[in-house]
Design a protein around this ligand. Structure first.
Ligand code: KG4
Ligand code: ZN
Length: 345
């Protein structure tokens, strides 16, 4: 069992995606994600339905990942899984599955922090993608989190700023819901924004301390704006959807970039990586490219398939821990590994 020949099966089930991946060392062999359409009609994730869908999806998703990777389960060296943060009922499905599989195969079970995984996804070996050097700043922007993290090594991370209320993905999704778009609305706002005028409507930016964020005010501002305009013209949204989306996206990206600029100034670190579902957004990607030209930053944007929730990012953390903790010589040990909905990095 050489450490340079390690096969890891990774499982992610923290929210509404059931995902499994197989990695050979730091390379992805298979990365399978089953989304859950059941939440669309509710405008957000319904925890009880998510948990039930994970139970239905987990076995076929793991089978599919092993089949695609062409790896037999007996060849696996470890099982990695998301232990938190996330929805308790969802996490428990992945946790129990991973635990039983590792126990049955007598191989190490590795617990992974979901937020750390969004950051360390940058260390998956991919052609055309550079890996960041330490120290760097990472901004994790997703449906559940908005943080700026100083990363000094794989496992030394310090949160230097975070949201005090809604996450940035929620700001996208809740604004989209007000406009009558289905869940998750972030990608749709992004799509329409690309056809609109970002300065058509003005939404004020929140005033919060140094590196922290607040997005609940923006959601309220969008709601009041919507109510006022619809009262004057019931077809207002249909007629101006592109401009409205472009203006909302412009405001959100400005908020994110302002804080990143402050963080770079405070730390003197000009290497900036992003991760999490919102890093798929075309506006933030463009703004980071501009910052490279304007301020001499070096920026790292993950490959598209590693932006939203996936198991390959759990697998890379599993691999790094496997090396760090010298797990090659150990079998399954019944650690107190539990699902923890409020896990912090
Ligand atoms: O990381 P993720 O898949 O799940 C969480 O851990 O939350 O992030 C999902 C979030 C959703 O809020 C979704 O609307 C947002 O990422 N998102 C986007 C885009 N693609 C996904 N937001 C804006 N623009 C996008 N292109
Ligand atoms: Zn996530």
């Amino acid at each position: 069992m050489s450490k340079n020949n390690t096969y890891i099966l990774a499982i992610e089930s923290s929210c509404d995606d059931t995902a499994a991946a197989v990695l050979h060392n730091d390379k992805t062999l298979a990365n399978v994600v089953a989304g859950q359409a059941v939440h669309e009609q509710y405008g957000g994730v319904v925890p009880e339905l998510a948990s039930r869908a994970h139970q239905q999806n987990i076995v076929p998703v793991v089978h599919e990942a092993l089949r695609k990777a062409n790896v037999k389960k007996e060849a696996l060296n470890a099982v990695a899984f998301t232990s938190g943060p996330g929805l308790m009922g969802s996490l428990l499905v992945g946790t129990s599955f991973a635990k039983s599989l590792a126990m049955g195969l007598d191989i190490p079970l590795i617990d992974v922090n979901h937020m750390q995984a969004h950051i360390l996804a940058h260390f998956i070996e991919e052609e055309g993608y550079d890996k960041p050097e330490f120290p760097f700043l990472a901004m994790t922007i997703s449906g559940g989190h908005t943080q700026i993290v100083r990363v000094d090594s794989y496992f030394e991370m310090t949160v230097i700023g975070q949201t005090l209320d809604d996450a940035v993905g929620e700001a996208f999704d809740k604004s989209a819901k007000i406009l009558g778009l289905p869940y998750p609305g972030g990608p749709l706002i992004d799509k329409y924004a690309q056809l609109g005028n970002p300065k058509a409507y003005k939404f004020t930016k929140p005033k919060v301390g140094e590196l922290d964020f607040s997005f609940s005010g923006l959601k309220t501002a969008v709601l009041y704006f919507y109510q006022k305009e619809i009262a004057a013209d019931p077809e207002f949204v249909d007629k101006n959807l592109n401009d409205i989306c472009a203006s909302i996206q412009y405001t959100i990206i400005n908020i994110l970039m302002d804080k990143l600029k402050k963080a770079v100034k405070q730390t003197g670190i000009k290497h900036v990586a992003i991760g999490g579902g919102v890093s798929a957004n075309s506006g933030i990607r463009k703004a980071l490219k501009e910052a490279e030209q304007k301020y001499g930053w070096k920026t790292f944007v993950p490959k598209f398939e590693y932006t939203t929730d996936n198991a390959a990012m759990i697998g890379i953390v599993g691999y790094l821990k496997y090396l760090e903790e010298n797990l090659a010589e150990t079998g399954y040990t019944d650690t107190q590994v539990m699902a923890q909905s409020r896990l912090k990095i």
